[in-house]
Design a protein around this ligand. Structure first.
Ligand code: GLA
Length: 360
């Protein structure tokens, strides 16, 4: 059921307006966004859709296809439910447009949550889109993305970077964005014509707000403080010997080497060079496994299986600690690759494949 149908069946009236936003996979560039670095995400066809009706009081009444019914006030405290996103979005839009009061809202989603495919950023951006529509506020993609990130920081409790929100706010299917997270400049690059990115869930879920993510962010900050630079974007590999603590040194090594890989990967994507792009994906995974330590046995197993079955590249995508692996495969081999990996990794399951022509 889409969000309009859900709204109608629950509220027995038509919504005032609707909006949606796509989930994403990240092709390369993990944990670099909050270090002012570079990332290369690409949207998946799955979306979150939001339909709303305005109210004259300050109530929020909501129904979600995934998480059920809720009621609260716009001013209620954060409670760890999907309403934290709704209250956050209303808060930021009200600051620009105080006439906004409560809302009736229906949410439907085809993005599996907890998979590292950015369902929460898509929810934030879809909410901001529909609220800016009804309040007639012309906000740019960058403004929407920063607001979406602030919802996560101030209302949800995740200290995320800006990659997922920028991807959701600018998404064009069949393209990746080479994003400079320091100044939010983007360059859109079409994905390979002859190769696709198969996304396979490792079978173990992750929860972003559960501490490890913020721990990595803090370790990156410690490294940049030691090096006396504003962020690890400005560090180079030959500075690593100035960091004595072996853990902090490894974390910095991942960020520095990953930024370098993203810049090279974007060039390979532009040149349609899938072979060299894929090699960087394998190197990126190795770095996340050994240096940033955000992989898991299940994720490593899928990457190994992809390599064994002839994939050009494979790496975990998203925050890590579970979730999905993205695999670069020739278009002619998508089905056989999927089949072999899924038979070798019994916990794993296919989620989506993104191609230039066809997204499924
Ligand atoms: C999550 C965060 C992003 C980014 C990735 C890791 O998806 O929301 O900001 O840090 O993890 O690359």
């Amino acid at each position: 059921m889409n969000s309009v149908e859900l709204f109608q069946s629950y509220f027995k009236k038509l919504p005032s307006d609707s909006a949606s936003a796509h989930g994403r996979i990240n092709l390369i560039g993990e944990h670099t966004d909050y270090n002012d670095g570079f990332v290369l995400p690409s949207p998946i066809s799955q979306t979150i859709e939001v339909s709303i009706g305005t109210r004259d009081d300050t109530e929020i009444v909501g129904i979600s296809s995934e998480f059920g019914e809720l009621t609260s006030k716009t001013s209620s405290a954060n409670d760890g439910t999907w309403f934290d996103f709704v209250r956050g979005a209303i808060y930021f839009i009200q600051k620009l447009s105080p006439s906004l009061k409560g809302i009736d809202i229906a949410v439907s989603s085809s993005i599996p949550s907890g998979s590292g495919l950015s369902s929460s950023a898509a929810l934030g951006i879809a909410l901001l889109r529909v609220l800016t529509k009804i309040q007639n506020l012309p906000l740019s993609s960058q403004e929407l993305a920063i607001m979406g990130q602030q919802i996560e920081h101030q209302f949800v409790g995740t200290q995320c970077g800006v990659m997922d929100q920028m991807s959701a706010a600018t998404a064009r299917i069949g393209e990746a964005i080479f994003l400079d997270c320091e100044n939010l400049q983007i360059k859109s690059i079409p994905i390979f014509s002859s190769h696709s990115f198969i996304t396979i869930h490792s079978g173990s879920n992750r929860k972003l707000s559960e501490g490890k993510y913020n721990e990595r962010k803090n370790e990156s900050l410690i490294a940049s403080n030691i090096l006396k630079i504003p962020s690890l974007r400005y560090a180079s590999i030959d500075q690593l010997n100035k960091i004595q603590n072996p853990i902090i040194q490894k974390r910095a090594k991942h960020i520095i080497s990953e930024n370098d890989r993203v810049i090279k990967a974007a060039t390979y994507l532009e040149k349609n060079d899938a072979k060299n792009f894929g090699e960087l994906m394998f190197l990126s995974h190795q770095s996340m496994k050994d240096d940033y330590e955000i992989s898991s046995d299940e994720l490593n197993q899928v990457v190994e299986s992809a390599k064994k079955n002839g994939a050009l590249g494979a790496r975990l995508t998203g925050a890590g600690f579970g979730g999905c692996v993205v695999i670069l495969s020739h278009n002619d081999e998508i089905d056989s690759m999927k089949k072999s990996i899924l038979s070798e990794c019994p916990q794993a399951y296919w989620v989506t494949t993104i191609s230039r022509e066809l997204n499924s």
